[in-house]
Design a protein around this ligand. Structure first.
Ligand SMILES: Cc1cc2nc3c(=O)[nH]c(=O)nc-3n(C[C@H](O)[C@H](O)[C@H](O)COP(=O)(O)OP(=O)(O)OC[C@H]3O[C@@H](n4cnc5c(N)ncnc54)[C@H](O)[C@@H]3O)c2cc1C
Length: 388
């Protein structure tokens, strides 16, 4: 049996949130380990890989190799098949997440963090003196602060006292695959809405170049049954991309709820999907995770003092998160709630019909919002409360 290894900070999970946290804590001179259960950070990929360029470059030193495809617009397809083309204000890209996640973990290593792969954390317990013991099959790690970035299920967060259970209307159950077909529009992300396609969610086709795309759908937990996302995805692919070559089918969950409060307890911090730091309308979480990881690692590094951990200093993480994304996430949550409870296929068809009649060339997101709001008095009222 090896001796316990001691670190200032242990980060659990080498996704975008964990690698960003390990990088920022190590770059600030702390002794950091990054514990990842898989053999290679970034693999297997469970993601549509879409992100706005502005968000990506704001929260990371993005490399050209991470970008598989630059996207010039989006197309929304209504339940009755009406297509609305929307100009992207913030240009989007489709990432190579396998490459990006791996590079981020290596950036943390370059900054001085020790990365342990094939290292699932089985248990974390608080030991006398207030430190944390992370137990893995091959090693036991002791740390003054633990940053939990273990993704949507967050078993470790739950074991340390956070309620990480998700109500059925707070999770999108997703099925997705990679597809090759000449029918794929390689310049636009295409979103399909409607109860027949993806009840309480949407289906997507995100192009990756070379006739390839990530294709998937998410349905709200309240509409889900065993095997349903996979079955709906198969039907969707047969309809939209007949004759395509499809890879293996994967499943995964996206939390669509408010971030967990508090984000910090004693010397433990929750980041990324584990903390539900996701846009509740789109399900996008990469940018939020990169940002949350960076500020959590920074706060943890600052909190370590010669005489121990200054727990109050850790709460700076929650303040910074709230300042940057608190309101934005709250709005996305309220909109998701509204869409679920007050819209139906007929309403979505009417909005699409209004938008395609607009003669002003390409439609922007503002036009979509205004058209939607003006057609629904209750939504208008909510909008004043949210954005006013
Ligand atoms: C189908 C699908 C499509 C998506 N599409 C998009 C998209 O297009 N754009 C977007 O912005 N977001 C998308 N998301 C969301 C995005 O993938 C997440 O928000 C993001 O990956 C969260 O990063 P994270 O670091 O918090 O968690 P993860 O990326 O889930 O990383 C968690 C890491 O922790 C490791 N781990 C877990 N448990 C342990 C343990 N006990 N010990 C050690 N290691 C452990 C895992 O192996 C993993 O490496 C999608 C999600 C899904 C499911």
């Amino acid at each position: 049996m090896e001796m316990d290894e001691s670190f200032d900070i242990a980060v659990i999970g080498a996704g975008p949130a964990g690698s960003a946290a390990a990088w920022s804590a190590a770059a600030a001179g702390r002794n950091v380990c990054l514990l990842e259960r898989n053999e290679k950070p970034g693999f297997p990929v469970r993601c549509g890989e879409g992100i706005g360029i502005r968000s990506l470059t704001e929260h990371s030193d993005a490399r050209p190799e991470w970008i598989k495809r630059e996207i010039t617009g989006s197309v929304m397809v209504a339940p009755d098949g009406t297509k609305v083309t929307i100009a992207d204000i913030d240009k989007s890209t489709i990432l190579d997440r396998e490459r990006m996640d791996y590079d981020l973990s290596q950036e943390a290593v370059k900054a001085g963090a020790q990365l342990f792969v094939n290292t699932p954390v089985i248990e974390v317990i608080r030991i006398p003196g207030g430190r944390y013991q992370c137990r893995c099959p091959q090693r036991t790690v002791i740390a003054k602060i633990v940053i939990i970035a273990d993704g949507v299920e967050s078993r470790i967060g739950r074991a340390l006292g956070w309620n990480t259970c998700l109500a059925p209307d707070d999770i999108e159950s997703c099925a997705f695959t990679r597809v090759t077909s000449p029918l794929i529009d390689q310049d636009s992300c295409v979103f399909f809405v409607g109860s027949g396609v993806a009840p309480g969610g949407y289906a997507w086709i995100f192009p990756r170049g070379n006739e390839e795309a990530n294709v998937g759908l998410g349905i709200l937990g309240t509409h889900c049954a065993a095997g349903k996302p996979g079955k709906l995805l198969q039907e969707f692919i047969n309809r939209q991309l007949p004759g395509c070559r499809a890879g293996a089918l994967h499943c995964g969950g996206v939390p669509v709820t408010r971030y967990i409060r508090p984000l910090v307890r004693d010397g433990a911090m929750l980041v990324g999907d584990a903390a539900r730091q996701v846009n509740c309308i789109s399900g996008a979480g990469i940018a939020y995770s990169l940002f949350a990881g960076k500020i959590a690692g920074g706060a943890a590094a600052e909190a370590i003092r010669a005489d121990g951990v200054h727990y109050q200093a850790l709460t700076k993480y929650e303040k910074l998160w709230k300042q940057r994304y608190g309101k934005q996430q709250e709005r996305s949550f309220a909109l998701k709630d509204f869409v679920i409870h007050h819209t139906d296929d007929a309403f979505l068809n009417r909005i699409a019909a209004t938008l395609v009649k607009k003669k002003s060339g390409r439609i922007g997101y503002l036009t979509v919002f205004l058209s939607t709001f003006s057609r629904h008095p209750l939504l208008m009222f909510k909008a004043f409360k949210l954005f006013g």
